[in-house]
Write a protein that binds this ligand. Structure first.
Ligand code: S3P
Length: 429
């Protein structure tokens, strides 16, 4: 286990930084490129541990993938060229790899097995196994295929109508990928709006798909075509520095090359609602994704209520939003976020326990939390529980805490943000 002791930064955050590539888009870029016909070049790929699992998974299927830092070249030879892997595939800590690959592996006429690390092995897989089974998938696994390890007796699936039971982009994407490979048409009725990167990339890789309000229709038997792609910076990573700039006195910071997809920018909406001085400048469209600069200044925040449709739009940012709320005047309520219970760790428990350990006044709810601000954070120890976003929340807390903050198991931050501590040192003056 690795620890780091961080000391408060008194003069605020200054300067400009560019965060690494988006995790969700990096996974999907590999998936479409590996299934495609032709060579795809991906730049600004997130070389974090999770996305490397997706690369490794396709290498096990015989796809040639070359990586030079954040540049990746995928030599796709089409769906027919994939070969059954000899060994079990290791999904590591990556829920996105596990869920999206389940859609692909169950729909290819190949046998494969997969397992994960202790955290991923506790996360629900029945949410993808159930709708895929409705399409004819044969997936077996631990506890009735509720959990990894799973075995995929892959075969041609049949398009059907799927009613989403959870608001989850991972489940939607698994069904979309399976539908793309199946016989006939697949119709998905979404339960709510979730990140739409799979849909955007389908269009980029020549896969047809129709979207009418909450109804997605995808014809089967489609072969993606190679495409070059630049991955925008990850707003979920930028969120840590956006919130840090807002809550640290004397800050003025710009985060460049930030993905601004409207299904992902809820953290900006939420912080602005609390009174944050954030200016967003959309600079370009990269593929189908809007990308821009985010300028942030120290702000006086007030407590707010966050619930309903906004929650899926900032689900990964709730740990850092909760930290920001400890610095707001008044009470912040976060509700409808029960999904946090089944993330890399139980993030409601992890956020509440760690913020309390630092001196904040936070109460857990079954589906969220109540944060009473504003609190002076004393410092102390943050247990990341091996969860990258909890580790980064603790590191940002250290900037404003009165005493040092020790982060236990800091290396998990490499899952989504390699170079995080370098960036932190660069902007903390
Ligand atoms: C992701 C979707 C979200 C998110 C995860 C990445 C994706 O999970 O929390 O970090 O890339 O599709 P759910 O789909 O389970 O909400």
């Amino acid at each position: 286990m690795t620890h780091v002791k961080l000391h408060p930064a008194s003069k605020g955050l200054k300067g400009t930084l560019s965060v690494p590539g988006d995790k969700s888009i990096s996974h999907r870029a590999i998936i479409f490129s590996a299934l495609a016909e032709g060579t795809s070049r991906i730049s600004n790929f997130l070389d974090g541990e999770d996305c490397l699992r997706t690369i490794q998974a396709f290498r096990e299927f015989g796809v040639r993938i070359e990586r030079d830092g954040t540049d990746v070249t995928v030599h796709g030879q089409g769906i027919q060229s994939l070969q059954a892997p000899v060994n079990p595939i290791y999904f590591g800590n990556s829920g996105t790899t596990a869920r999206l690959m389940s859609g692909v592996l169950s729909a290819l006429p190949l046998f494969s097995t997969a397992y994960g690390d202790p955290s991923l092995s506790k996360r629900p897989m029945d949410r993808v196994v159930d709708p895929l089974s409705e399409m004819g998938a044969e997936i077996t696994g631990r506890d009735n295929a509720q959990y990894l390890p799973l075995a995929y007796n892959g075969k041609k699936l049949k398009g059907t109508t799927v009613q989403m039971k959870v608001k989850s982009a991972q489940v939607k994407s698994a069904v979309l990928l399976a539908g793309m490979l199946a016989e006939g048409e697949t119709v998905i009725y979404e339960k709510g709006i979730t990140r739409n990167h799979t849909e955007m990339l389908m269009s980029q890789y020549g896969v047809s798909l129709d979207k009418q309000s909450n109804k997605l229709t995808i014809p089967g038997n489609q072969q993606p075509q190679a495409s070059d792609l630049k991955v925008p910076g990850d707003i979920s990573s930028a969120a840590f520095f956006i919130a840090a700039g807002v809550i640290t006195p004397g800050s003025s910071i710009t985060i460049e090359n930030t993905g601004l997809n409207p299904t992902r920018d809820g953290i900006i909406t939420a912080l602005k609602k609390m009174g944050a001085d954030i200016e967003v400048e959309q600079v370009e469209k990269v593929g189908h994704e809007p990308v821009g600069r985010v300028h942030v200044k120290t702000s006086e925040l007030h407590g707010c209520t966050f619930e309903g449709e906004l929650i899926p739009n900032l689900i990964d940012e709730i740990p850092i939003l909760a930290l920001a709320a400890t610095q707001a005047e008044g009470t912040t309520y976060i509700r409808d976020a029960k999904e946090l219970r089944v993330k890399e760790t139980d993030r409601i428990r992890a956020v509440v326990d760690n913020l309390r350990a630092l001196g904040a006044d936070v109460e857990p709810l079954e589906d969220g939390m109540i944060i009473n601000g504003s609190s002076r954070l004393t410092g102390g120890t943050v247990n990341s529980y091996g969860d990258h976003r909890i580790g980064m929340m603790g590191a940002i807390a250290s900037i404003i805490a009165e005493g040092p903050v020790t982060i236990e198991d800091k290396d998990c931050i490499n899952i989504s943000y390699p170079g995080f501590f370098n960036h932190l040192h660069e902007v903390c003056k």
